[in-house]
Design a protein around this ligand. Structure first.
Ligand code: PMP
Length: 371
């Protein structure tokens, strides 16, 4: 606290990202990064762009990137908004679609979900209510069918990894449309869902609501290049929705920072968007590794929630999540532990390479013997 802080800064509860260690080499299974490098075309595109033209401001609308996304997903560029990572897109979403102030109806999201949502809500003064996941950690959509300021959740959800049936989400979208409210589906991990065809990589998945944005003017899908695109260090994300929704995000952007994507990030993300073949392969490999790891964990008495993402949410009856976290850390592996009332027993573990996960299974087996 400082006397120089205004009341808004005093009231913030900032998001705590997973640790990015600088001193010691860990196997990082704590931030759902991709264990494989990005497409070589990404590095080529960045190298081509890193020249004299950097003296110029970038295209504020990231037109070439949006055109590539539009081509690959079958929507129009005017239905795509590009941002500095999907976190920034989400921050703009809270400013653009959710009313603030004491008399506003609360925005709804699950009690166990991406922990940045309450942070954005507080930043913009948006009231919110959390809706408990079911005992099996699935979304209970009936609980969202009531007056609200709008609804947001990831599909698959994070940190559970559980995918919800898109057909049911469309029913909820219809219900919200009748109340002039927006449904925001954060599809950061959608590409890892079953049934995703080659064409989708690394942009959207088989269960994505992106194909429905023409029919449902109140659906906004949010996507990232950080996970399947292997570009967490680049900072590129996007949203897809009807033109009025995209126009709202542009109004917020242009009231905040007109150039959210630098020239290098826009060029790199565009090259990634155009290289579905490369990403189909790395994504398939990650899904294979995830399934192998799930079996190994279940064989060792772990409960693993059914994951459609590049991570697993796991617990071992009788062991605390904190003890498992500490045992892994001691052995050079970082996982993520969320110390909430319903999450304290769990660990979230990202899918690395096969050899990362062999090492992880060995380390967690040793940890079980020790605790
Ligand atoms: N949504 C969800 C559900 C996430 O887990 C993350 C990654 N922490 C993000 C959005 C943000 O990803 P990025 O800003 O790297 O695009």
């Amino acid at each position: 606290m400082s006397v120089f802080w205004n009341s808004r800064v005093r009231s913030l509860k900032p998001y705590l990202p997973g640790e990015q260690p600088r001193d010691r080499k860990f196997i990082k299974l704590n931030t759902n990064e991709n264990p494989y490098p990005p497409s070589p075309r990404v590095t080529e595109a960045i190298a081509r762009t890193a020249g004299a033209d950097l003296r110029l401001y970038p295209d504020p609308a990231s037109t070439a990137l949006r055109e590539a996304i539009a081509e690959r997903t079958g929507v129009r560029p005017e239905q795509v908004f590009a941002g500095n990572g999907s976190d920034e897109v989400l921050a703009f979403v809270f400013a653009a679609f959710f009313e603030n102030g004491g008399t506003a109806e609360p925005v709804l999201f699950p009690d166990i979900t991406y922990s940045f949502y309450p942070v954005y809500a507080r930043l913009w003064g948006v009231p919110f209510e959390t809706v408990p996941l079911s005992a099996g950690f699935t979304l209970d959509l009936s609980a969202y069918r009531r007056p609200s300021g709008g609804v947001i959740f990831p599909n698959p959800n994070a940190p559970t990894g559980i995918l919800h049936d898109p057909a049911e989400l469309l029913l909820l979208a219809r219900d919200l449309a009748a109340r002039n409210r927006v449904l925001v589906v954060d599809e950061a991990y959608g590409v890892f869902a079953p049934g995703t065809g080659k064409a989708a990589f690394p942009l959207s998945g088989a269960a994505s609501l992106l194909p429905y944005i023409n029919e449902y003017p109140n659906i906004l899908t949010v996507h990232t290049f950080s996970k399947a695109g292997s570009l967490a260090g680049l900072r590129a994300g996007f949203a897809a929705g009807s033109e009025p929704l995209i126009a709202a995000l542009c109004r917020v952007r242009d009231s905040f920072n007109s150039y959210p994507l630098d020239a290098l990030a826009a060029a790199g993300a565009e090259a990634a968007a155009r290289d579905g073949e490369y990403y189909a392969e790395t994504t398939a490999r990650i899904i294979g590794t995830r399934e192998r790891t799930v079996s190994a964990l279940r064989d060792r008495g772990f409960e693993v929630l059914p994951s459609a993402a590049n991570f697993m949410f796991i617990r071992r009856p009788g062991k605390s999540g904190a003890a498992l976290f500490a045992g892994l850390r001691k052995r050079g592996i970082l996982a993520r532990h969320f110390n909430g009332p319903r999450t304290a027993d769990f660990l979230r573990v990202s899918a690395g390479t096969d050899s990362d996960m062999d090492f992880f299974v060995q380390a967690i087996t040793e940890t079980l013997e020790e605790t």
